[in-house]
Design a protein around this ligand. Structure first.
Ligand SMILES: [Zn+2]
Length: 315
């Protein structure tokens, strides 16, 4: 039986028909009209109708960036797409006439990795998505953890530095300021400022006007010592965060997704090293695995579809 998964991003809405094994059968995408909540609902309705044509669809799941209630129905707050207490589930299910659920995009992506990707086969998985910011998802006892209000697993806003760098969330010292793609750029710029191993970074910055994720990623791939040092710093912060998370959640596996995770073991090696240095009661704690996500860009759609299918089956 097929389900539809829709991933609403800041720049595009991507939708797919997904089978029970997590395989994508058909796919569509359109640009997001950010700031217009009604236009986004219209676009999702059009996409679900188009993907449903000629197929039997059991449910549709929507993944959106923001706080979503535990009943998978209301978006409390989605800053990028201008939703405030938006009853998205009701608006969509009334127009579409099928079972609809809403989930946080990082949770949907984590669920997809747990069911069909790098976390499959276990019961307890923690995922960190290292993109521009840091996203998170927690699977515990084989269930997606949403928290009491549905706003849990915001791992990027775990504080790692008291009175540290200000964060977009309004707090200070969040891991997002030390372990994200944006943090990697800041560290690369600092290394370029010093010179020494930062000479290549400084030259790339001069030629291009500024460093960006692609430039730093290319230098990492070329084994530039300055760029590798920035990635190592990032990995150390993330490894410390994983040690704290292990003390609370004790997952079998940590999965790393997002653009920066493309660095593979170059990221995971410093993560593992810092994890072992900071793990409470180290030597006595069984070792979790650290792995890279497998589903990459499709994870939000695949996870949203699967969560919708499970929700419909439980009704
Ligand atoms: Zn924060």
């Amino acid at each position: 039986m097929h389900a539809i998964g829709i991933d609403i991003g800041g720049t595009k809405i991507a939708g797919a028909v997904v089978d029970e094994a997590g395989e994508i059968v058909a796919e569509e995408r359109v640009a997001t009209e950010a700031g217009s909540s009604g236009a986004i609902i219209d676009a999702v309705v059009d996409m679900v109708r188009s993907l449903s044509a000629g197929r039997e669809i059991v449910a549709a799941g929507v993944a959106a960036p923001g706080f979503i209630d535990d009943a998978q129905s209301t978006v409390y707050y989605a800053p990028n797409i201008n939703w405030r207490n938006e009853p998205v589930q009701r608006q969509l299910s009334e127009r579409l006439g099928i079972d609809v659920t809403i989930d946080n995009d990082a949770n949907a992506a984590g669920w997809a990795e747990y069911r069909f990707g790098a976390g499959r086969g276990g019961k307890d998985m923690t995922m960190l998505t290292i993109g521009t910011g840091v996203g998170g998802a927690i699977i515990t006892g084989g269930r997606l953890f949403r928290g009491g209000f549905g706003a849990g697993a915001e791992l990027g806003h775990m504080r790692v530095v008291p009175e540290g760098l200000p964060c977009g969330c309004g707090a200070r010292g969040c891991i997002e300021q030390y372990g994200s793609g944006r943090a990697l750029l800041r560290m690369a710029n600092e290394i370029a400022d010093v010179g020494g191993i930062g000479l290549e970074l400084a030259e790339a910055r001069r030629v291009n006007g500024a460093l960006d994720g692609r430039i730093v990623g290319d230098l990492i791939a070329a084994n530039d010592p300055g760029a590798l040092h920035a990635l190592e710093q990032l990995g150390h912060w993330l490894g410390q965060a994983c040690a704290s998370l292990s003390a609370i959640l004790d997952p079998h596996v940590f999965v790393f997704g997002g653009g920066v995770a493309a660095a593979g073991d170059l990221l995971l090696d410093p993560v593992r090293e810092a994890f072992h240095q900071h793990l409470p009661a180290r030597g006595f704690h069984p070792e979790p695995e650290f792995v890279i996500a497998e589903l990459v860009n499709d994870a939000g759609m695949v996870g949203a579809a699967d969560l919708a299918r499970i929700h419909a089956a439980a009704r």
